[in-house]
Design a protein around this ligand. Structure first.
Ligand SMILES: [Zn+2]
Ligand SMILES: [Zn+2]
Ligand SMILES: [Zn+2]
Length: 288
């Protein structure tokens, strides 16, 4: 196996599964069966030869996700070398709080993020305290700036359209010695993007894409109008990328608690897999 591995440590929409205050079938099952829980979407980039790792997004489930990596690789007490933030929604950055003095008391962890996100971390409480105490060191990254994490891994942010109330939103390219992965957990609409998702997926060996909702029917069942929901649906993304499945491994992630693919016995799971697509699960290792 390559010495660079992307390990999936979270696959749910921001609020996780069970979703707070929800007693739908998926959430009730997840409350009763810990193995049916899903953490908020996040990836670890693991370098097994140098025994270092990096985290993409600091979710409210960071406590468990940190333990997941430390236990899996036997790296007890070893923190991440850096953190990369996609954007300022609750599933993607509040885990930074565990680095502060009430918890870990980390020392100078670089947090790579866009300009607005950096401004927020440096100027707004409680995040600014993490900066003042040097628990974290925000680092500005620009759109399409290639950053070498080490000799064998490069990360490149790409901006994506999303409800950007407090920050810009990034997706990330993660490039190892032999494969290239594209991670976009949140995007409003493929057609609003400055890039063509089909071209980007063609360039990638592995994609992990916004799979918040399975279909328009799922959204209508929730009593919502698809036009007001800022996410592409899995069925539409599959139609766009169908001809690439033999070349690119396309995974969906960032599942909403209502998404039928959360139940492995649901016919929609079979439907997605039969079309040659994949569903992200926590603990899965993707060698690069
Ligand atoms: Zn999200
Ligand atoms: Zn629910
Ligand atoms: Zn978001």
């Amino acid at each position: 196996m390559s010495s660079v591995i992307v390990t999936i440590v979270g696959t749910a929409q921001d609020a996780g599964v069970p979703h707070p205050n929800c007693f739908c079938g998926h959430c009730k099952t997840a409350m009763e069966l810990p193995e049916r829980r899903r953490f908020a979407s996040s990836l670890a980039v693991v370098e097994t030869n140098t025994k270092q790792w990096h985290l993409i997004d600091a979710t409210p489930d960071l406590r468990e996700q940190l333990a997941m990596i430390q236990l899996k690789y036997g790296w007890f007490g070893q923190l991440m070398e850096s953190i990369w933030l996609t954007h300022a929604h609750i599933g993607h950055y509040p885990g930074l709080m565990f680095l502060g003095r009430e918890a870990i008391g980390a020392k100078g962890i670089p947090v790579f993020c866009g300009e607005k996100m950096k401004h927020m971390l440096e100027n707004d409480a409680p995040w600014k305290q993490l900066v003042a105490l040097n628990n974290i060191r925000p680092q500005l990254v620009q759109q399409e700036q290639v950053i070498e994490l080490s000799k064998q891994v490069r990360i490149t942010p790409v901006e994506v359209p999303h409800r950007n109330e407090f920050s810009e939103t990034f997706g990330f390219w993660v490039e190892g010695p032999s494969r290239k992965l594209l991670y976009i957990p949140d995007i409003d609409r493929w057609e609003d993007w400055a890039y063509d998702i089909h071209d980007m997926a063609k360039e990638a060996d592995i994609c992990l894409l916004d799979g918040t909702f399975h279909s328009i029917e799922e959204i209508e069942k929730m009593g919502r109008n698809y036009k007001e929901i800022p996410h592409p649906v899995i069925t539409e993304t599959m139609d766009r990328l169908q001809d690439l499945v033999d070349k690119t491994a396309v995974y969906f992630t960032h599942f909403n608690h209502t998404n039928p693919v959360l139940d492995e016995t649901d016919p929609f799971v079979k439907h997605v897999l039969e079309r040659g697509f994949h569903l992200a699960v926590e603990g899965l290792e993707l060698p690069l």
